[in-house]
Design a protein around this ligand. Structure first.
Ligand code: ADP
Ligand code: TRP
Length: 320
């Protein structure tokens, strides 16, 4: 099966991104044809400094490679290295009803956060649809917050096919229900824009500080505690085995363990998981020429599937 997902270089990646999208996508690499890209056209809607944009784009490249992206198997590219996707966006725009975009939560959320309404922010889901349909992706691993965008992608594919003939595959979202929304240190959804993240590649000191900031209730050390409503436990679950989770849950119920202790256990798990990746990332950061080569090779391989799709779409609408 063909799988595609993308992530915006709009800030430092965090464990919500990792468990919601990166890990599930990377887990498919051996069995499926996976396409992963850095959505820098998308990030232009919120990042307006050119140097920051360049830096964050390379940071995301390093993050994925350090987290185990196999560039021989997986096609890994920078969105802007395949500008044809913007042409497909236009062809799809023609089939996009305004009402569909007006209903988008993420657009409304961004306006509520004070981001100025721009045409690009409004049209964002059409570009996302083009990303997906251009590679004829069948599966799209994303976090739950992207569900509505996937519905739009499906609607537009069906509408375009109905109008012009069977050009596009209809994509299916793949959402990890068990990690659906990773909570941030304040208990809200973890998000780059809420300053509540635990970064994947922060320094050890930053990570410890972020974990110690996780909001808990004010129960005393002696009191029994409820793991199911605890943010520390929710994050611990992402890293630990079922047996380890059961053990910690028992200690919550028994009382006599403070939240500080649970946070220490979470920190240890975090380190066990990410310390080797942090080392790998440092090595890669000393070899940016290699990273650039990986991205260029990825763009060339992405074009092999994108160009024929675009040609078929151009032909279907009568441009050729
Ligand atoms: P952010 O909200 O931090 O800006 P993005 O919107 O760039 O994150 O999301 C990138 C990917 O990571 C998407 O697939 C998204 O669904 C997933 N993701 C982001 N935050 C979380 C979270 N807290 N829990 C689960 N998945 C998440
Ligand atoms: N909108 C996604 C996000 O903010 C990023 C993205 C852009 C994407 N194009 C995509 C994800 C195509 C999956 C498929 O997280």
């Amino acid at each position: 099966m063909r799988v595609l997902s993308g992530i915006q270089p709009s800030g430092k990646l965090h464990i919500g991104n990792y468990f919601g999208m990166m890990k599930p996508a990377l887990a498919l690499q051996q069995e499926h044809q996976v396409y992963l890209f850095i959505a820098n056209y998308h990030a232009l809607t919120t990042v307006h400094d050119a140097n920051i944009m360049r830096q964050r784009t390379l940071d995301v490249a390093l993050d994925f490679l350090a987290c185990g992206l196999d560039s021989q198997k997986t096609v890994f590219y920078r969105q802007s290295d395949v500008p044809e996707v913007t042409e497909l966006t236009w062809l799809l725009s023609v089939a996009t009803p305004m009402g569909l975009l007006e209903r988008c939560h993420s657009y409304k959320d961004k306006l509520a956060k004070g981001i100025a309404a721009s045409h690009a922010l409004f049209a964002y889901p059409v570009l996302m649809t083009a990303d997906i349909l251009a590679v004829q992706s069948e599966i799209v691993p994303v976090g739950k917050d992207q569900k509505q965008h996937l519905e739009i992608a499906r609607d537009l594919a069906i509408k375009f096919n109905g109008q012009y003939g069977e050009i596009f595959k209809i994509p299916e979202p793949m959402i990890q229900e068990e990690v659906a929304v990773v909570p941030g240190v304040d208990g809200q959804k973890m998000s780059k824009s809420y300053e509540n993240t635990i970064e994947i590649f922060g320094s050890k000191k930053q990570i410890r500080k972020a974990i110690m900031r996780i909001v808990t209730d004010s129960k005393t050390l002696e009191e029994p505690k409820d793991p199911d409503t605890c943010n520390v436990f929710a994050l611990y679950k992402l890293f630990a085995s079922q047996e380890e989770c059961e053990k910690l849950a028992e200690r919550y119920h028994a009382g006599g363990m403070g939240y500080g202790d649970a946070k220490k256990k979470l920190f240890a798990k975090f380190e066990e998981h990410f310390a080797p990746m942090r080392e790998r990332r440092e090595e890669l950061a000393n070899n940016m020429d290699y990273v650039e080569l990986v991205l260029q090779d990825g763009a060339a391989r992405a074009k092999e599937v994108i160009m024929p799709t675009l040609a078929a779409a151009r032909n279907a609408v009568g441009l050729e």
